[in-house]
Design a protein around this ligand. Structure first.
Ligand code: DGY
Length: 326
């Protein structure tokens, strides 16, 4: 029997990552060779005695999984920038090192955020539907009017690399002002986009477009709620490409249905997938995408390669390229 470290990969990850693991000659690899999530029971069985685990964001890595893995597990590598699916306390307690994949997805996420913002504010999905289903009668002066970026104020909730990348892409649309809020001012990042730090209430009151870009943490859970939406302009557009958990969806539904805000574009929801009979799907002013912000071939390959390299470095006892310091 081989004495190489045992690694379990919970999904058919894009080819670059698998190739790195296979070619390394450093690990014995077992893979859940499917595009669908590994069933929980199978995961609990397969992690037993593993030295390393490479997962994606649909796997909840909690005490149960870590207990099932046992004391051999030294490294966890997630193919995601978000880590709200990981019980960090439990990982820390067991001294398991954790790799993740920031930066390589920033461009793809920012690009999709801009696409979603424009699709929502200029009502593209509604318009394409009308054109296809006979709703297109004649050219009408106010039909399918939306809101434009020129001269607008764009608000960023949670300023990190992704928020900066979104602002950089929006600037050429002649945005007048960028504002942001966070737990504290981020002067270095803000300077890159000439963004002004404001309170949460001012962010809500002043933004024409408000993009949630914050990580999901206990502090940001449901932070986009009635309080935020009721302070926003009736003409404003809310965009979320971070995590569904930062939004109180009942409050968002109310705000959209009663015209408290003009529209919302969501790439993330709670739960995922959002059931097709969910009330948000009944609203014309809500555009919902199935969590595809990082879904370009280049980016997903880069994420899998980084996740693989993090895992291998961790198993060797080397510095990972991107490690979460617990
Ligand atoms: C992440 O990596 O956390 C994104 O949500 C999916 O790419």
């Amino acid at each position: 029997m081989s004495s190489l470290p045992r690694v379990y990969v919970t999904r058919k990850v894009p080819p670059d990552g698998l190739q790195i693991l296979r070619k390394s000659g450093q690990v014995q690899l077992e893979l859940w060779d499917s595009d669908d999530p590994v069933p929980r029971r199978e995961l609990l069985k397969k992690v037993k005695g593993c030295d390393g685990l490479l997962c994606v964001l649909t796997e909840k890595i909690d005490a149960e999984v870590l207990d099932a893995a046992g004391p051999t597990l030294k490294v966890l590598s997630t193919m995601s920038v978000g880590f709200d699916h990981l019980s960090l306390d439990e990982l820390k307690k067991r001294r398991i090192r954790v790799g993740y994949t920031p930066e390589v997805l920033t461009d793809a996420v920012a690009e999709l955020t801009v696409a979603l913002l424009l699709a929502t504010s200029r009502r593209l999905i509604e318009a394409a539907h009308e054109a296809k289903t006979g709703g297109w009668g004649t050219w009408r002066t106010q039909w399918l009017c939306g809101y434009e970026l020129a001269n607008s104020t764009v608000g960023i909730l949670g300023l990190g690399r992704i928020g900066v990348a979104i602002a950089e892409r929006l600037k050429p649309f002649k945005v007048k002002r960028f504002i942001y809020t966070d737990v504290e001012p981020r002067p270095e990042l803000a300077e890159m986009i000439q963004a002004e730090y404001v309170s949460m209430d001012d962010l809500a009151r002043q933004s024409d477009f408000l993009a949630a870009c914050c990580a999901l943490t206990p502090e940001t859970q449901s932070i986009c709620n009635k309080n935020l939406f009721s302070n926003m302009k009736k003409t404003s557009i809310f965009i979320n490409t971070s995590r569904g958990g930062v939004v109180n969806q009942e409050d968002l539904y109310e705000a959209l249905a009663t015209g408290e805000i003009a529209g919302a574009g969501l790439d993330v929801t709670t739960p995922e997938p959002l059931p097709t009979n969910h009330p948000l799907f009944t609203l014309k002013n809500c555009v919902i995408l199935p969590h595809i912000a990082s879904a370009s071939y280049t980016t997903r390959n880069a994420m899998s390669a980084l996740a693989a390299n993090n895992l291998l470095a961790g198993l060797r006892g080397d510095r990972m390229l991107k490690e979460l310091h617990l």
